[in-house]
Design a binder for this molecule. Structure first.
Ligand code: NCD
Length: 320
């Protein structure tokens, strides 16, 4: 039997739901989508389909990129960003909100500050539910676009020869939690550098160590030297209970043009964005700075995801 499962109707909730075969197919469709974007090809694949984005937390890239993805495939979208204007403000449960939206739309993209709530309400939806991030939990579509970016930027396969280093807020950063899990599936060695108290959660650290090699660095210079990918994140200010704790940590690390001199000539400097001050603006013109290209890859990955969960690009499934 083929390793592929059907994509149609699937929810996208966490990265451990994917197999390598899933990613191979997703990225094959992504290439097709990138061609549509780059050549401004009119496309009607999702004509007649409507998507809603239900965001209980701020977002620029994730919600806009899903909306752009839908439009480029001929579909339409509706955004619920300020939940204060929706029935949530009247005390409606998330479960009922999701159940209602599933009657109105063909796919729901949702972001929520509470870890685990999106997988928990998935059964309320009879249409595909895509997580756009659940608190400090996971951000699966970001991890998928991050992996695609790595493959395109480095033109190398994911395997134990590649070294990916992640820095910043490893404790609260959900993009780190998802990406590290996905890379561990390919046994990619992972390096980490974080300010004190923002280290990886212990359970995640143990989960990763069971699958791949892990290193922790004491200095940012040591961390960048060996990196094929240097993945930078901001300190997640909104997750701190005590603002004084954030103030103590802010500005404690920064990628500067000077630091980039320690990096390999061929490497990818990535960031899920938004950035605060973790990467100096002068670094943006460095050819290794991939964080704005990452957004374009993300658009294509999300076009592919929408096409797949709406049943428009099913892989060939062998019955043998
Ligand atoms: C990330 C997120 O929301 O987790 N942003 C994004 O979706 N690109 C990262 C962050 O907010 O720091």
């Amino acid at each position: 039997m083929s390793e592929h499962k059907y994509w149609k109707g699937r929810n996208i909730l966490r990265v451990d739901q994917f197999t390598k075969a899933d990613l191979d197919w997703l990225f094959a469709v992504t290439r097709e989508m990138l061609f549509i974007v780059d050549n401004k090809l009119p496309n009607t694949l999702l004509q007649g389909y409507c998507m809603t984005t239900l965001f209980y937390e701020p977002s620029t890239r994730t919600s806009s990129s899903f909306c752009s993805a839908m439009e480029r495939l001929g579909g339409s979208h509706h955004q619920i960003n300020g939940v204060k204007y929706s029935s949530v403000a009247k005390g409606e449960s998330v479960h009922d909100t999701v159940r209602t939206l599933a009657e109105l739309f063909d796919v729901i993209v949702m972001r929520h500050p509470e870890q685990g709530i999106i997988p928990n309400v998935a059964e309320a939806s009879r249409v595909p539910l895509i997580s756009g991030g659940d608190g400090i939990g996971e951000h699966p579509t970001q991890a998928l676009l991050d992996v695609y970016t790595i493959l395109r930027e480095l033109e190398r396969p994911l395997n134990p020869d590649l070294h990916v280093v992640m820095i910043g807020d490893l404790k609260y950063g959900r993009t780190i939690h998802s990406l590290s899990r996905l890379l561990a599936m390919y046994e990619v060695p992972l390096g980490f550098y974080a300010p004190d108290s923002l280290d990886l959660p212990e359970a995640l650290s143990a989960e990763l160590a069971a699958q791949t090699k892990i290193a922790h660095y004491a200095s940012i210079e040591d961390a960048i030297k060996e990196a094929d990918v240097f993945y930078v994140t901001r300190i997640q200010r909104e997750r701190f209970v005590n603002p004084a704790d954030y103030d103590q940590l802010k500005g404690s690390y920064q990628v500067t043009s000077e630091l980039m001199k320690h990096a390999k000539p061929k490497m990818a400097l990535m960031h899920p964005l938004p950035r605060v001050d973790e990467i100096e603006r002068t670094v943006d013109t460095d050819s290794r700075a991939a964080y704005f290209r990452q957004i374009r890859y993300g658009l294509a990955v999300r076009m592919a995801l929408l096409a797949l969960v709406l049943g428009k690009r099913e892989p060939y499934v062998s019955l043998a």
